[in-house]
Ligand binder design. Structure first.
Ligand code: MN
Length: 490
């Protein structure tokens, strides 16, 4: 990697960008790391350059890219953070400081895991860009993992798969999540990795030929019969780790995986999205019930696109996603989309991403309630790393819960009092039992009985979230104390 290649990417994405400070940062870091080598034998400067290149590829703002170049200076060289601040200003120095703090982990085993997570959450809550740099740093470390000892390989790959990738996922950063997973996969599950590679090879090749055929037909149709300008039309192969996960869900049968290669059409504006949909349906009949208009009705996490599945050439089931460039950036980059170079208002950006990341604060507060690392980890595993669903209150507020959550979880999520006085629930205007698993998009209303004394014991098995269970236990403890008190009082 060279600084010229980084400058070229920045210049291409943002003609007229002021590149002087990037060059200065390179000179500074290059000088500081002079003579240092990586385990792979490369000059050390290669690592920060690769990190910054990744950030530039994602078109992130200049401060983030520069902090990427400088990220290992205070930790690995004789140059200090205050020298960085003097030369490059407070904003960049703060980002570098954030990265340095993330790197210092004291504990081992379970405690290490908890500490690591907590530090990531804290960094996200302060300035989420620190975590973008950490991801880029980690991706290059994974790419050169072969040069480390097996013990270190395991630790770093596992940490990436179990901590970094799920966090990237929760930040909506699809691309980064996929890269972290695929780079860690061969180290954490070597046998399974070989197996997936082996069984998917032929299928991928065949699917690729089919997809190319479909792409040619659509290109021709749009060119000849419409004015739609295609920004990008691509078949994207499913990544190995996510394919592996899907095969596990499909009884280990790869033949049941239909979206091995997804077809994605990116166009200039929303009107064109609908035009393209019309043309696809003229070419091939849609599969009933599979057209989804996430443009008119975005998913609660903000995702927008048109989805359709058709009986394609030879009657083969074929899925399409149609979206604008802006929707595409949001879908791939998630929270990072607010930090693209073109949006220069730092304060505003910080506010938007912190607003979007309010739930992180909740996770930090939980830890502060004096829980042990083990309890903290268990509640995170239950509430954070599960897939999330989004349900609505009758007023239209979005509530974010883990998959499998029930009206009890919903009630306690709103307020302990609502939970304790919960007598029943309506889901989509119909009376539902308290153990009904909620689905994304459900409108949930809790029926309250003001005279209710508190939760019943069996709610502990109905509640799926740690948060709800803790509140139920607390209420049960309180009422049993009262009962004992009454008993002795008599
Ligand atoms: Mn590094």
């Amino acid at each position: 990697m060279t600084i010229e290649r980084i400058l070229e990417v920045i210049g291409k994405n943002n003609p007229g960008a002021d590149l002087d400070l990037v060059r200065l940062a390179y000179d500074f870091a290059n000088e500081a790391h002079r003579g240092q080598k990586r385990h792979s034998g490369d000059d050390y400067i290669q690592h920060p350059l690769e990190t910054a290149y990744k950030l530039a590829e994602y078109n992130l703002d200049m401060a983030t890219i520069i902090a990427g170049i400088l990220h290992d200076v205070p930790e690995e060289t004789g140059r200090t953070l205050s020298e960085i601040e003097k030369n490059f200003g407070l904003e960049i120095a703060r980002l570098v400081e954030g990265i340095t703090k993330l790197g210092k982990i004291k504990y081992r085993g379970l405690e290490r895991y908890a500490e690591n997570l907590r530090k990531m959450f804290m960094a996200i809550a302060e300035d989420v860009r620190v975590v973008f740099i950490k991801f880029a740093d980690r991706i290059h470390n994974l790419k050169t993992l072969y040069s480390l000892t097996p013990v270190k390989q395991q630790r770093i790959a596992r940490e990436s798969l179990e901590i970094y990738a799920p966090i990237a996922n929760r930040l909506g950063m699809e691309e980064i999540k996929g890269e972290l997973e695929d780079l860690s996969f061969p180290y954490v599950y070597p046998e399974e990795y070989k197996w997936v590679l082996d069984i998917s090879k032929k299928r991928y090749e065949e699917q690729k030929r089919f997809t190319d055929r479909v792409i040619k037909i659509i290109q021709k149709e749009l060119l000849e019969n419409s004015s739609v300008k295609i920004v990008k039309l691509e078949g994207r192969a499913k990544r190995y780790y996510s394919l592996y996960q899907k095969i596990l869900r499909k009884d280990m049968d790869i033949n049941k995986v239909y979206d091995l290669v997804a077809l994605r059409i990116i166009v200039e504006d929303i009107e064109d999205c609908y035009r393209v949909l019309g043309h696809i349906h003229q070419l091939w009949p849609p599969v009933p019930g599979r057209i989804k208009d996430y443009i008119a009705q975005p998913k609660p996490n903000g995702y927008q696109s048109l989805h359709t599945t058709v009986f394609g050439p030879d009657g083969r089931i074929t899925e399409f996603q149609i979206r604008t460039q802006k929707m595409h950036e949001e879908a791939e980059l998630g929270v990072a989309a607010h930090w693209l170079y073109k949006d220069k208002n730092i304060k505003e950006n910080l506010k938007i991403s912190q607003e979007k990341l309010k739930w992180i604060q909740g996770l930090l507060d939980e830890k502060d309630n004096g829980k042990t690392p083990k309890h903290y980890l268990n509640s995170l595993k239950l509430d954070f790393f599960k897939n999330r669903i989004f349900v609505f209150t009758p007023k239209g507020d979005v509530i974010d819960l883990p998959e499998g959550a029930t009206p009890i979880d919903f009630a306690y999520h709103i307020h302990s009092d609502i939970g304790n006085k919960c007598a029943g629930a309506k889901v989509n205007d119909k009376i539902a039992t308290l153990q009904t698993p909620l689905k994304s998009g459900d409108v949930v209303e809790i029926i309250i009985d003001k005279n209710r004394k508190g939760p019943s014991e069996n709610w502990l098995s109905i509640a799926q979230t740690h948060a709800a269970r803790d509140k139920i236990k607390a209420a049960l403890r309180k009422s049993s104390r009262l009962n004992i008190f009454k008993f002795f009082g008599k």
